[in-house]
Ligand binder design. Structure first.
Ligand code: CP
Ligand code: NVA
Length: 303
């Protein structure tokens, strides 16, 4: 049966650990392979992307496969052809499809109607490929995942959702600090709590950023207005101002804490220039790890 990767929970905990180990190996021994020779992997982007687009295209090339990069506005999809029809047609040509879109439901419909693995390259609800790279980065820095505490400060968005699930599954403690009204959605928090009960992790949601940062091993943030929320930028800038990751907030975290950001960053908003350029920032390794994590993911989906 084909497997999709729409959410971190598309993997079992064992599969998630194995995939992270495989990604670390592929990183240590980076060289082109022909493991996916003869395969064609499509990519549809309905939103802009730098990291996801380039890291997937390079991952596909390094695995010996061929990337077919499709801009949604150049597809009949952009002129009203249905998701269901697109899924069935593309399944006849491609071996997998990587998709960045708006409503998460669009990915679920592609997965339901297509016969090939569908990979979530970001939806309004989740960004699981990012969380894979994030967990790889944490493991690289701390030599373990279990017991490491991550504090996410900012908007309870797609990145926060995938981190909640990912951390809970691997036994990392996660605290999400957001302004009131911008919390992660309750079903995802509830599910993370259930997963955490099995791994001994702690899941917390709060509006108190300073308390949340206290003693954290990882401080994580993301943009205050995600793609598709452009009209809310001004309003959010005011509401989120107390949730900036700056030197004062970093000082509250553990002395060997790392600072993470999925990028792109808005310096002076969710993170200061000083912090993102500072010695605790691991954002470039984090961005690099997208490549290695996605190579492991594609290999797992297609072999
Ligand atoms: N972090 C991330 O997904 O970046 P892009 O939007 O550039 O792909
Ligand atoms: N939350 C951000 C992540 C970008 C990689 C967005 O959805 O725009």
């Amino acid at each position: 049966m084909k497997r999709d990767f729409l959410a971190i929970e598309s993997l079992t905990t064992e599969e998630l650990h194995a995939l992270l180990d495989r990604a670390a190996k592929m990183k240590a021994d980076r060289r082109p392979s022909d493991v996916l020779a003869g395969r064609s992997i499509g990519m549809i982007f309905e939103k802009p992307s730098t990291r996801t687009r380039v890291s997937f295209e390079v991952a596909i090339a390094e695995l010996g496969a061929h990337a077919v990069v499709l801009n949604a506005s150049e597809l009949q999809l952009g002129r009203g052809e249905t998701i269901e029809d697109t899924a069935r047609v593309l399944s006849r040509y491609l071996h997998a499809l990587v998709v960045r879109t708006f409503e998460h439901d669009r990915l679920e419909r592609l997965a339901q109607w297509g016969d090939i693995p569908i990979v979530n390259a970001l939806s309004d609800l989740m960004h699981p490929c990012q969380a894979l790279a994030d967990l790889l980065t944490v493991k690289e820095r701390f030599g373990k995942l279990e017991g490491v505490s991550l504090t996410y400060v900012g908007d309870g968005n797609n990145v926060a959702h995938s981190l909640l699930t990912g951390c809970a599954m691997v036994g990392m403690n996660i605290t999400v600090a957001t302004p009131a009204g911008y919390e992660p959605i309750s079903q995802i928090v509830k599910r993370a709590e259930e997963l955490a009960a099995g791994t001994g992790a702690r899941v917390e949601v709060t509006t108190d950023a300073a308390a949340a940062a206290e003693g954290a091993d990882v401080l994580y943030t993301d943009v205050w207005a995600s793609m598709g929320q452009e009209r809310e930028v001004e309003e959010r800038r005011l509401i989120f101002a107390p949730y900036q990751v700056n030197t004062a907030l970093v000082a509250r975290s553990a002395s060997n804490a790392i600072v993470m950001h999925c990028l792109p960053a808005h310096r002076g908003e969710e993170i200061t220039d000083e912090v993102i350029e500072g010695p605790q920032s691991v954002v470039w390794d984090q961005a690099e790890n997208r490549l290695h994590a996605q190579k492991a993911l594609l290999e797992w989906l297609l072999t």
